[in-house]
Ligand binder design. Structure first.
Ligand code: SAH
Ligand code: SF4
Ligand code: F3S
Length: 465
């Protein structure tokens, strides 16, 4: 028997890249590859890249420099190391990568990675294979399923892609170009995937999509289902203790999504709802197609049915033409909403996007200064939110043993890490924890009872939308 070939994969960017990387491992596993953490020992190295900001895509070229050396070392030791670039930089700059980096054997885009086995064979014949088409076939139907061992090794919380691509074309964003237009997977396929995960110990499912609440996959009744309706169906699957979804767009918040938050206990009261800016002028230049007031209305609709719901967001500072007044409108919006956390970025012009041609660039110093002010405000909101947990009893889903002996780490409904001294038998269970203190971003507490929280996974009401 030939020894298994070794695969090392490094992923950058969003949750969908994490999911894609796992599917690449599953698909190549069926071809006899096993994963290794040691780059030097790998027969195949895959960089699963992100193009969202300049810094993210630059990482690819510096990493390729290091890999060139590793590849030369392997050759001296009489081994062949193949190098593949996958993900969104591969999609956007495939030809350039081939031209600039002779060390690269294969380039494969986010919609073509199910062709990896075939590309490997072509590369084995000495061809520098590139595949960045948006193929007509459904990659999800072709990709190998994870093994039971792989699912167990990945832990109690799993991502499942339900929707991919984006038709919104915000003027700063590369995603519609790198991931292609919006598509949704059929409900039955998602249910099968979730069932396989929960049958193997997964308790928390995060449905992911670049625009997840634009989901419109085909239901078993042949009609397009909304995300809300899908959430009710997922909640019926035995073993599902917690459900999340990410990332949502404020314009796609519909009645069925709000109803799902009203009715489903398993649906976590924590929503990532990016707004980018609080200034209507900038929102319009960004082509977000919503105002700050419309965003506040969307937030209010969630809060109306679940007052304990918390929000996080993404912000861009220094979009072309952003004035101090526009920026203050963003700070004012943050004040009005009150976030549990947020990601914030300096605007980065991306080649091929409309905003890259806009004049009136905000200076680097101003961007730095605005980012600092925005982050200080978010940090103060986040720490107030975390402090409010002290003295309360919260449900924690235990994920794994912590570094400190005897300690376990889990997450609250709001994804706050919580550390507790407890036996590892409770990994995979939701348990009530009394929070005693806060250490940086982590909550410390103790188990209230030895009995898991019984949570009905079944919907409380039947779906309306
Ligand atoms: N699909 C998600 C997010 C996509 S990218 C959504 O619609 O919200 C994640 C975040 O990166 C964005 O929300 C935005 O805040 C940031 N981002 C995207 N393009 C950017 C750019 N050119 N410069 C700086 N930040 C950017
Ligand atoms: Fe990018 Fe806008 Fe689509 Fe989000 S909604 S992926 S920011 S184009
Ligand atoms: Fe990056 Fe592509 Fe995700 S650009 S953020 S990896 S969709």
């Amino acid at each position: 028997m030939t020894p298994p070939r070794k695969l090392h994969i490094k992923s950058y960017g969003c949750q969908m890249n994490v999911y894609d990387a796992q599917r690449m491992v599953d698909t190549l596993g069926a071809e006899g590859f096993v994963e290794t953490a040691d780059v030097g020992a790998a027969d195949l190295v895959i960089l699963n890249t992100c193009h969202i900001r300049e810094k993210a895509s630059e990482k690819v070229y510096s990493e390729l420099g290091r890999l060139r050396v590793a590849k030369e070392d392997a050759a001296r030791a009489g081994r062949t190391m193949q190098i593949a670039v996958a993900g969104c930089v591969a999609q956007a700059e495939g030809q350039e990568i081939i031209a600039r980096a002779p060390t690269v054997d294969m380039v494969v885009g986010p919609q073509s990675y199910h062709h990896l086995p075939e590309l490997l064979a072509r590369a084995g014949r000495g061809e520098r294979a590139i595949e960045t088409e948006f193929p007509a076939e459904d990659k999800f139907a072709v990709l190998a399923k994870p093994s039971r061992e792989a699912i167990r090794a990945r832990g109690v919380s799993a991502f499942v892609t339900v929707q991919e691509g984006c038709d919104k074309f915000c003027t700063f964003c590369v995603v519609p170009y790198t991931r292609g237009s919006e598509m949704s997977r059929p409900v039955a396929r998602i249910v099968d995937e979730v069932t396989q995960l929960t049958d193997n110990g997964v308790r928390e499912i995060t449905l992911i999509g670049q625009n997840v609440n634009a989901y419109h996959g085909e239901g078993p009744d042949g009609r397009a289902w909304t995300l809300g309706r899908l959430l009710y169906r997922i909640a019926e699957i035995p073993g599902v203790a917690r459900i999340r979804y990410s990332t949502s767009h404020p314009n796609d918040v519909d009645d069925s999504l709000i109803a799902a938050h009203r009715d489903l206990d398993a649906l976590m009261p924590f929503v990532h709802l990016p707004v980018q800016s609080g200034s209507d002028r900038i929102l319009s230049a960004m082509n977000r197609k919503h105002s700050a007031a419309a965003y506040r209305t969307a937030v209010d609709r969630f809060r109306h049915v679940r007052p304990e719901i918390a929000f996080s967001s993404d912000f861009i500072v220094g979009f072309p033409g952003e004035t101090e007044e526009d920026f203050r409108a963003t700070l004012a919006l943050i004040d009005q909403i009150g976030y549990a956390g947020a990601y914030s970025f300096k605007y980065s012009p991306r080649p091929g996007t409309p905003a890259a041609d806009m004049q009136e660039m905000v200076s680097a110093t101003e961007m730095d200064e605005r980012l600092e002010r925005l982050q200080a405000l978010i940090d103060s909101q986040q720490s107030a939110f975390n402090k409010a947990a002290i003295g309360t009893v919260v449900d924690v889903l235990f994920e794994r043993v912590a570094r400190k002996p005897g300690q376990l780490v889990g997450r609250t409904a709001y994804l706050q890490p919580a550390h507790v001294m407890a036996s590892d038998e409770i990994i995979g269970q939701v348990m009530p924890v009394r929070i005693d203190s806060l250490e940086r971003y982590s909550l410390l507490g103790e188990l209230v009872t030895a009995t898991p929280v019984s949570r009905s996974a079944a919907p409380l009401a039947t779906v309306g939308a």
